[in-house]
Design a protein. Structure first.
Length: 531
């Protein structure tokens, strides 16, 4: 009965929910067919449901609005065209006891690219400082070292629409725990994905620890445990970065208790747009330094080569992951073969005892049975250690390069290409104006109207000042993302080196423990034989 009901639910989820039809509209449609009895899924056969779904979909052909609206996916790799929108910044203010302060900010476009003839400002100084938002200061700031443990995955159920319809296991929750701070919250995997996407919007240009993009396979417990470890690494990465750890977003994510309050929190942050003015960006120092020297040929070449570096890491880690996967499969085969040998020695021992052979000699077969059985166990422990502490860990390191650091590179590349395009277009426009006039269209300021028009390059600098200022603003964003790519790339590489040392320490200690236990077993067998 339960299998039949699950079959119906899976069918409805696939045909209605997964195709984004409004489930309530479908339920209303069912009610018109069977009245009150439609409320029980057991009153419908699977064939009836298939027929009614076809009929329902036909009825929706002329009414597209009944389809469930799908929220836009905030893809961190997307760089939409700039729009003139109101911009909101949120921050935590401990002094006024207000968790939320929203500032309505009018801002200019935040696009960028590359061409050095547009200077940042009117002075010859190639470096400017912009005061921006300082990091949040939540109660977490006073804790230098703090761990949030991710554990206890739990299968959760929810229903959509009438009782019994669309009921399904659609997610797992994980326990976030810290006894010192009295944190004991359950969060879905998708909640953590939302947290990461929101970090990307609030802190443009900063490295955000990665999460795998694959959906969780609810039918494989080992997959759930793997995702739990990924979440642990994600949260550990947040805790290592004071900018993220001390953010009001993370603070509220940790301490919001009720699910409705969490949904409300998400809705508030989803209404926040990525800041479009550098003074409303966050930085660890409370100021942004823009240095045009970052565009020097040597430094720019190093920035561009980072893409090759990311690609090389990706290829190497992928090849390594494949080899480690094969090694684990081979170790599993060795373990299975040893277990098979152990069972054969057990059979030989049984036959020998039944034939009343000397028990001391029979003990030889018994010892070999135990030896191969324990050796099989050791091999499996070693294989698990390699799988988790090497293969899985290195896959996460690869994600740090090919997902998170590549996001920074993609932002840099987008701003680079955009600035290059607008700067070149402006140059062409200025060249045309200089060659074809008239001077009135040059839009020269009063102080520049006596300029020597024979000095082409000087005229090019001065004409179309409004357009020049816009492109100079665009250049600021390009320099910002170039600087962030450079600094964050080096910072994260240094962080990965530190975590590699810790990871190898864990790997070594687990192997030593396995070998130690096996040696104790060998000594025990030796003592028994001597006795």
């Amino acid at each position: 009965m339960e299998d039949e009901q699950e079959q119906k639910q899976q069918f409805l989820r696939k045909e209605i929910l997964d195709e984004n039809y409004d489930p309530q509209a479908f339920i209303n449609f069912l009610t018109t067919k069977k009245g009150e009895t439609a409320a029980d899924i057991n009153n419908w056969t699977i064939d009836e449901l298939k027929s009614i779904v076809v009929e329902f979909k036909k009825s929706q052909n002329n009414n597209i609005s009944t389809k469930k609206e799908v929220p836009l996916d905030l893809n961190p790799k997307e760089n939409p065209k700039p729009e003139q929108k109101k911009n909101f910044i949120s921050y935590y203010n401990e002094d006024t006891n207000n968790e939320w302060l929203f500032m309505n900010l009018e801002s200019e476009t935040n696009d960028s690219t590359n061409n050095s003839f547009i200077s940042l400002n009117n002075s010859e100084n190639k470096t400017i400082e912009i005061d921006c938002l300082e990091p949040d200061h939540t109660p977490l700031a006073k804790y230098e070292k703090m761990n949030i443990k991710i554990s206890s995955p739990k299968k959760e159920y929810e229903s959509t629409g009438l009782k019994g319809f669309f009921m399904k296991t659609i997610y797992y929750t994980f326990l976030m725990e810290n006894k010192e701070l009295n944190i004991n919250r359950r969060r879905r995997y998708t909640d953590f994905e939302w947290l990461r996407k929101t970090f990307l919007r609030l802190y443009p240009g900063y490295y955000i620890p990665p999460l795998p993009l694959n959906s969780i396979n609810v039918n494989k417990p080992e997959k759930i445990e793997k995702y739990q470890r990924y979440l642990q690494r994600f949260v550990d990465g947040i805790m290592e970065d004071k900018l993220l750890k001390n953010s009001s977003l993370f603070y509220l994510f940790l301490f919001t208790e009720k699910e409705n309050d969490l949904i409300s929190l998400m809705n508030k942050y989803d209404n926040l747009q990525k800041p479009k003015d550098l003074k409303y960006f966050f930085s660890r120092e409370g100021k942004i330094v823009l240095d045009e020297n970052i565009l020097s040929p040597n430094k720019k070449r190093k920035l561009i080569l980072k893409k090759d570096e990311i690609s090389k890491y990706n290829n190497l880690f992928n090849n390594l992951n494949k080899s480690l996967k094969l090694l684990c499969q081979e170790m599993k085969q060795v373990s299975d073969r040893m277990l098979e040998i152990s069972k054969l020695f057990n059979e030989i021992y049984t036959v020998s005892i039944n034939k009343s052979e000397n028990k001391n000699y029979c003990k030889y077969y018994s010892n070999l049975e135990i030896f191969f059985k324990e050796y099989s166990k050791k091999e499996m422990q070693q294989m698990t250690n390699i799988s988790i502490e090497l293969k899985e860990y290195l896959k996460y390191v690869n994600l740090q390069y090919t997902s998170s650091l590549k996001e920074l590179y993609d932002s840099f590349e987008y701003e680079h290409d955009l600035y290059f395009k607008v700067a070149q277009n402006l140059r062409k426009q200025k060249e045309y104006q200089y060659a074809n006039g008239p001077i009135e269209k040059w839009e020269l300021s009063d102080k520049d109207k006596n300029i020597d028009i024979k000095n082409k390059e000087e005229v090019i600098k001065k004409i179309l000042p409004k357009d020049t200022a816009i492109v100079a603003e665009i250049k600021k964003y390009f320099i910002y993302y170039a600087t962030q790519l450079d600094s964050e790339f080096h910072r994260v590489k240094h962080s990965i080196e530190k975590q590699n040392n810790n990871a190898f320490k864990v790997f070594r200690e687990k192997n030593v423990e396995v070998i130690g236990e096996f040696n104790k077993f060998l000594e025990l067998i030796k003592d028994k034989n001597n006795n």
